[in-house]
Design a protein. Structure first.
Length: 136
């Protein structure tokens, strides 16, 4: 980009900004939740195969408009993310999904379906699905 310049920004500056804007604790909470989830999934013996990880990586690249390996490399470098970090992120997402499936299979659905909050959420989803069809 013409006129582009490099600025030096410290991690402390970013953390301070996130704290002041109220976004630090939610981010920390989410990272902790992801770590707890991975730990629990692994204790349950849940694993992600190389094929599953590759499929998730392909979907991620497609969703982010990264059609070529070279575009992905440039994108990762521009964000300061390693391939390993991206793979860890995707693996955590996959393990989270698998843990949710495992928890769901052990849960008593009636307990949740009888909740007014859940009923309202389901009603909202049904309405949104209906509305989407009406808008076509």
């Amino acid at each position: 980009m013409a006129g582009e310049r490099e600025l030096e920004i410290s991690v402390a500056e970013v953390v301070d900004f996130l704290r002041v804007t109220g976004r630090f604790l939610p981010a920390v909470r989410e990272v902790v939740q992801r770590k707890l989830t991975v730990e629990a999934a692994k204790k349950m013996g849940l694993k992600v195969t190389t094929q599953e990880l590759q499929k998730a990586a392909d979907a991620f690249r497609l969703a982010n408009g990264l059609k070529k390996a070279s575009a992905t490399e440039v994108w990762l470098k521009s964000l300061g993310i390693t391939v390993e970090s991206l793979e860890d992120y995707l693996e955590t997402n996959l393990l989270t999904s698998k843990l949710k499936d495992a928890l769901e299979s052990k849960a008593a659905p009636q307990k949740y379906l009888s909740s007014p909050v859940v009923k309202d959420a389901i009603r909202g989803m049904i309405y949104l699905e209906w509305l989407g069809k009406q808008m076509k």
